[in-house]
Design a protein around this ligand. Sequence first.
Ligand code: MTE
Ligand code: MO
Length: 372
Amino acid sequence: DPYAGDPKRHPALKVNSQRPFNAEPPPELLTESYITPNPIFFIRNHLPVPNLDPDTYRLHVAGAPGYQSLCLSLDDLYKFPKHEITVTLQCAGNRRSEMTQIKEVKGLEWRTGAISTAHWAGARLCEVLAQAGHQLSDTEAQVCFEGLDSDPTGTAYGASIPLTRALDPEAEVLLAYEMNGQPLPRDHGFPVRVVVPGVVGARHVKWLGRVSVEGEESYSHWQRRDYKGFCPSVDWDTVDFDSAPSIQELPVQSAITEPQAGDTIESGDVTVKGYAWSGGGRAVIRVDVSLDGGLTWQAAELDEEEQRPRKAWAWRLWQLQAPVPAGQKELNIICKAVDDSYNVQPDTVAPIWNLRGVLSNAWHRVHVHVAP
Ligand code: MTE
Ligand code: MO
C-alpha cells in the first residue's frame, strides 16, 4: 500500500477519499476562526504523501541561460528575507457536489469546505528566481513546479504559473516553509510548498522539488488535462482540453456555513454565518443574504480583517442576525458576494455546469425548518 506512510489526520475532517487522502472541515468549524487551524485545513492530495528528510531536502531551481542552476537546502531558503502573508486557498472543485445534483460530473464530492485560510511564511519566489538569473524577457514564459510526490510510474505532481506573476513582487508568490507559525504539516507540503495568492489551489504545488522557467505551460496532466472550464454542453466525447485556458485566478465565491441544510432553527432571531472570497486579489465588498429564496435581501456584516487593494488574498467571514419572518415554517436562505470589480455570483448552477465540476460558485442556498 503506497499510502501506508501517510500521516494521521484530525478526526473532525470529513473524508471524501482515503487513498489519495482528501478531506474538508465541517462548515461550523470552518468559519469558527478567520485563520483555519492547521489540523482542520482542507487536504487535497492526488498521490501518496512523501516522507521528506529536512536535512537532505534540496530545491532545484533551473538557471537562466548563462547562469548556474541553484540547489537550495532549507537553510539556504531561510537566508532569503522571510515574507509573511495571509492567503486563502481554494480547490477548483469546491462545492462540486452542487453540480453533481444537476448532472453527473467526474471528481470528488466536495461540499463547501474545499477552502481554508492560513498565515504563510517563506521566501519570495521572485527573489529566488532572480538569484538564478531569471528576468522578464519573454512575457509568454511559464514557471513550472514539480512536486516530490509521484505515482507508481514515477510521474510527479506538477503545475505552472505565468512568469509575469512569478516575478511580480506585488503578486507575493511564496516558497512557503511555515503555515500558521509552524513548519508545514506533511499533508500541506512539508518542507516547502508554493503559495500563489489569488490563484486556484492546484498551482500551490506541495513538496516542491523543482522550479524551472519554460516556454510553455507544465506538461503535467493537472495543468493540461484537468482544472479547465467548459461549456455545459461539452461532454467526454467532445471535450478539447488543448483549446481551453487553464484555471489560474478564481471567480468570486461565498457560502453559508451556519445554519446547515436541514437544520431546525428557533423562531425569533436567526444568525446566518459564512465566508466570501474572490481570486486575483479582488476584495469582497459586500455579501447579500436572503431569508426568502431571493425575494428580499439584506447586507451581511463583514468581519474587520484588513483587505489591501488588489492584494486581498484572504477571505472575509460574515454574518447576519435577523428576525425570522413571522409565520414561516421554513426558510430558503441564500448568500451571494460582490467583489471590488463588481463581479457577482451566478444565481443558479445549471448554466455553469461543466463535466469536471470546477468553478462551482452559484448563489449558495440552504433550506431550514423553523421550530413551531
Ligand atoms: N501539490 C502536490 N505536490 N500534489 C498534489 O496533489 N494538490 C493540489 C495543490 N498542490 C497537490 C499539490 C491541489 S488540487 C490543491 S487544491 C492544493 O494543493 C490543496 O492544498 P492543501 O492540501 O494544502 O489544502
Ligand atoms: Mo484542487
